[in-house]
Design a binder for this molecule. Structure first.
Ligand code: RUB
Length: 356
């Protein structure tokens, strides 16, 4: 068995909820559009199909699409029997899919670095070794940031999360926000999660609720606009969300709606945390306003599952992410510990601190 097959086997034996894995000479993906109504696995044979799967949200979440950079370049190498031009073309195609989440382009650059100067069998071997390193590291980050974040959670806490920042958006344990929540639950804390449905793709209603049910964590579904009322009634103790990109000053890009929850949290003195990893901090990006926010097709707002939900011809807007300023963030949970303000200085320490 190859090293990557061993890794996938090991991940499966640990009971992880894998969003993507390699089987034979193809990739297998859990179809996240169909969840929770059906649990389907799609087969992807070509990098162009993987790029399409990322664009159309079959696979999504910053951690999971980050690992697509590793899987996709390895797929291109295997299928072309190690042609470096094919690997470079795969990198180009995948980078164009979704701009906001930084993990994808960072992972692709890391893979290209490992491939540089090699061709043929050695190219395949180099990419396989790098993919194993990246995938193992990302999973390790989930366990570590889960531990650090769980320490912030108190027995009895009622936690709001937005969108889906869980196992299928990451490497299989709990992604970012749900690693914190899952670890707190496993440590015996009696928590309750409020998951906001997340218009228009309903990642919260469909996928977060699906995972929370699987993990046996008590939860309640809210529509996105309910969080302010719930906070005003003292029903929420903390907010924990994931992150698609963190600027070097601590500004956070995450699923649209996050900022609205942060505004309500500030008004009601509810601590607001983002769970992330050092890999998601973009030190080349000084402020949130420098982050490119992806605008998606407005038909995703005017219809749901191809059923029109607004009058024909209605105009709609779909910025897929928003920016929460660092001043509204109580702490940034990472695999190296919880980073506190001032973020411009303290995030820099992530570059040097060992994983703890
Ligand atoms: C997913 C989304 C999630 C983040 C954060 O967006 O915004 O909240 O990815 O979670 P989409 P994580 O569904 O458009 O991919 O940090 O775990 O990725």
């Amino acid at each position: 068995m190859s090293q990557l097959q061993d890794l996938v086997q090991d991940f499966k034996e640990r009971g992880l909820l894998l969003p993507i894995w390699f089987e034979g000479r193809s990739l297998k993906l859990i179809d996240q559009i169909k969840l929770p109504l059906s649990e389907e696995v799609c087969r992807v044979d070509r990098v162009s199909d993987l790029a399409m799967a990322i664009k159309n949200m079959t696979i999504r979440g910053s951690g999971a699409i980050g690992t697509c950079g590793a899987w996709g370049l390895y797929l291109a190498a295997v299928q072309s029997e190690g042609k470096k031009e094919d690997v470079q073309e795969a990198a180009r195609q995948l980078k164009q899919t979704r701009p906001t989440a930084v993990n994808l382009s960072k992972t692709i650059d890391e893979m290209l670095g490992a491939a540089s100067g090699s061709d043929g069998v050695s190219l395949i071997v180099n990419l396989e070794n790098k993919a194993v390193e990246i995938l193992s590291r990302q999973l390790e980050f989930e366990y570590r940031l889960g531990e650090h974040g769980a320490a912030l959670i108190e027995d009895g806490d009622r936690i709001l999360t937005h969108c889906h920042s869980g196992a299928l958006a990451g490497s299989g344990y709990g992604g970012r926000a749900l690693s914190v929540i899952r670890k707190a639950h496993e440590n015996g804390k009696r928590i309750h999660v409020f998951t906001s449905e997340t218009r228009p793709y309903l990642q919260g209603a469909r996928i977060t609720a699906y995972e929370l049910k699987k993990f046996g964590i008590p939860h309640t579904l809210l529509t996105d606009g309910m969080s302010g009322y719930c906070m005003s009634q003292g029903m929420i103790d903390k907010v924990v969300v994931g992150s698609d990109r963190v600027a070097s000053n601590g500004d956070l890009a995450n699923k649209v709606g996050t900022y609205m929850h942060a505004l309500a949290a500030r008004e009601h003195d509810v601590p607001f945390y983002t769970a992330t990893s050092s890999h998601t901090v973009d030190f080349d990006c000084p402020r949130g306003q420098d982050i490119e926010v992806e605008y998606r097709d407005s038909r995703e707002v005017t219809s749901f599952l191809s059923i029109r939900t607004s009058p024909k011809g209605t105009k709609a807007l779909y910025p897929s992410f928003d920016i929460t300023p660092h001043s509204m963030i109580s702490g940034i949970i990472t695999e190296k510990g919880v980073i506190q303000a001032p973020y411009s200085t303290n995030l820099q320490k992530l570059n040097h601190a060992p994983v703890s």
